[in-house]
Design a binder for this molecule. Structure first.
Ligand code: BDP
Length: 598
């Protein structure tokens, strides 16, 4: 594996090309591929687009729901050796993969939502065609994140059984790049920002794999150089800094160069937004000013393409989010494709970046237990815990390394709805929070989205978080429909308890919502109708507005999305404010009115 996750760029020192296109693919339900030597070429492949989530492209159920090993193959021509490294970079492979180059095993990667980056220089043949073979696997278990299990039907067919509420889309779902980069190059960098009046000070650290001199230059949006410094560690001072703000995604360009005298060995242009984020008392501050988060929990999910990244869908989503007056989303429940963060940086949009630690409880009915009765399954006890924690640690490390330099990322979420009501949960999470704190020099707030049963008195993990994040379904899973007045009462009772803790800690709602069928209207309203979604939100906002430590509201969900089928879901989760094909439900207008006025 190669240590750098820097996004590809093209200039005099670096080049890349995409290997996206039609690849060969083959399912391997018996897991015999390795023994039969498929790493040297697939025996009976069909064609498959890369990137894509394979499931919704087929017309047969068995293929849509395929669970197990599945293989990909492609060939590429490589030009003559010019002394540079050859790097192969997958945006992600879900959930794990072995990769061979020309039949030689080059890497194994666990985790389906961060890049797989491999230095393949020693495996390739220059001036010739080279073969890439990938054996991916999409099984879920209790040591993988996200968590789940696999059920074998009497026929022998295997089915993924997620402990979470989204479809187990898999495949090579993000772009594949082939990079040529200098033998000595920039591997990674960190930036720490301080504001002094109208000026800014940027402390940087550049990691390279050599000893040559590094220089850093900062350019404004017009290409004017505003500051420069020398060394792997340095300070850039910016007079009258144009701050990165909500709705004003002003980006400077920070150019790192590695020099051998006059000779440029490497050059990497990074985008930089000047902004600070912190919590103070029970407030969240951006550039020292209090902010209130308005927006959504989302998914990477769209018809036909599943979880594949699409610039067009992302653009539509940003347009719709901004149209409702939103300024923030949580990458529930996994790090998204990097392009989402680049677009958010440019638009001045805020992101809570979440690791795929979801399904940390045994709940097979589309997460029903999680949202409703909060059953305790003792998930954090048993033999699987150590390996789970190792995978979780790796996912945190890769997420923070990949995303730490995006101004849009204002917080990291390290879990979604695990059981937190016993000591072992705290013992599990405490070292992970401590580890995450060592990785982010910007010291962004850390949080985790808390389950219904995680509340003052019972929860053991809120103390690890810089702000409390609550997923709450008062008026839906709890006292829904005609009981909504009771929901309001018990919601207030819970908030009174948080009020005692949140004198010194902000609280953000990371989920609240009601399933709503876009075609359904009813007077007086009933659950699933558009009118009820409005009533639900009106009640929830009434309560939230009475507690001044509430620092944000991210509704669940931005759009309807695909889940595993079952009695809890009507061809997916319908809590969207927007339909799956990206048109507004009535509640979108309610949010728009509220958020544009705030
Ligand atoms: C929460 C989960 C989320 C679900 C949501 C729901 O965090 O993934 O989709 O409930 O039930 O438990 O809609």
């Amino acid at each position: 594996m190669y240590q750098s996750m820097l996004y590809p760029c093209i200039n005099a020192c670096r080049t890349y090309r995409t290997l996206d296109g039609m690849w060969k693919m083959q399912f391997d339900p018996e897991g015999k591929g390795r023994a039969e030597g498929w790493q040297n070429g697939l025996p009976e492949p069909f064609s498959m687009p890369v990137p894509s989530s394979f499931s919704d492209l087929f017309t047969e159920k068995e293929k849509r729901d395929y669970c197990g090993d599945f293989w990909y193959e492609t060939k590429f021509y490589l030009e003559a050796d010019d002394g540079r490294r050859v790097i192969l970079r997958f945006g992600s492979i879900t959930h794990r993969a072995d990769i061979w180059i020309n039949g030689i095993h080059a890497a194994y990667h666990e985790g389906g939502f961060t890049p797989v980056v491999i230095d393949i220089s020693e495996y390739v043949t220059f001036g010739a065609r080279n073969r890439i073979v990938v054996c991916a696997n999409n099984e879920l278990n209790e040591t993988s994140i996200p968590c789940g299990t696999v059920r074998t039907l009497p026929s022998g067919r295997r089915l993924a059984q997620p402990y979470f509420d989204f479809f187990n889309y898999s495949g090579i779902q993000r772009s594949v790049h082939l990079l040529r980069i200098p033998a000595e190059s920039l591997l990674d960098y960190d930036t720490e920002i301080r504001l002094n009046g109208s000026d800014a000070e940027i402390r940087y650290h550049a990691a390279t794999d050599g000893n040559h001199e590094v220089c850093a230059e900062l350019f404004d949006r017009d290409g004017q150089k505003v500051s420069e410094a020398e060394g792997k560690d340095g300070i850039l001072t910016v007079r009258d800094a144009h701050l990165w703000q909500i709705g004003d995604g002003y980006l400077y360009t920070l150019v790192f160069r590695i020099l051998d005298g006059e000779k440029e060995i490497d050059k990497y242009p990074a985008r930089l937004g000047i902004r600070t984020v912190e919590t103070k008392g029970n407030r969240i501050l951006l550039n020292g000013q209090e902010i209130y988060l308005k927006g959504y929990g989302k998914h990477e999910d769209f018809e036909v393409i599943g979880r594949q990244f699409s610039y067009a869908v992302a653009q539509r989503d940003f347009e719709l989010m901004e149209w409702t007056g939103a300024d923030c989303f949580r990458t529930s429940h996994y790090p998204y494709a990097e392009e989402w963060y680049q677009m958010a940086d440019e638009r001045g949009f805020l992101i809570i970046d979440e690791v795929p630690a979801v399904g940390m409880m045994r709940s097979l009915v589309n997460f029903a237990a999680a949202a409703g009765d909060g059953a305790d399954t003792r998930f954090f006890t048993g033999g699987h815990v150590q390996q789970l924690q190792e995978n979780h640690r790796l996912a945190i490390e890769e997420m923070i390394q990949r995303d730490k330099n995006h101004p849009s990322v204002i917080a990291f979420s390290l879990f979604n709805e695990p059981e937190t009501n016993y000591q072992e949960a705290h013992d599990y999470f405490e070292p992970l929070f401590a580890f995450a704190r060592t990785l982010d020099v910007q010291k962004r707030p850390l949080t985790g989205a808390m389950l219904f049963s995680s509340r003052p008195g019972s929860d053991t993990c809120g103390s690890l978080c810089d702000f409390i994040s609550l997923n709450r379904y008062y008026g839906w899973y709890v006292a829904g429909g005609s009981e909504i007045e009771e929901a309001e009462m018990i919601f207030r009772m819970e908030m009174d308890q948080w009020a005692e803790i949140c004198t010194d800690k902000p609280l953000v709602f990371t989920e609240f919502g009601a399933d709503t069928y876009a075609a359904e209207h009813k007077l007086p309203d009933v659950m699933w109708s558009q009118e009820y979604q409005n009533e639900y939100y009106e009640m929830n906002f009434r309560v939230m507005d009475d507690y001044d430590f509430v620092s944000g509201e991210l509704v669940w969900n931005f759009a309807d999305f695909q889940t595993t089928e079952g009695t809890m879901r009507v061809n997916g989760n319908k809590k969207g404010i927007i339909t799956r094909n990206r048109q507004p439900k009535d509640a979108a207008y309610l949010l728009k009115k509220r958020w544009q006025a705030r």
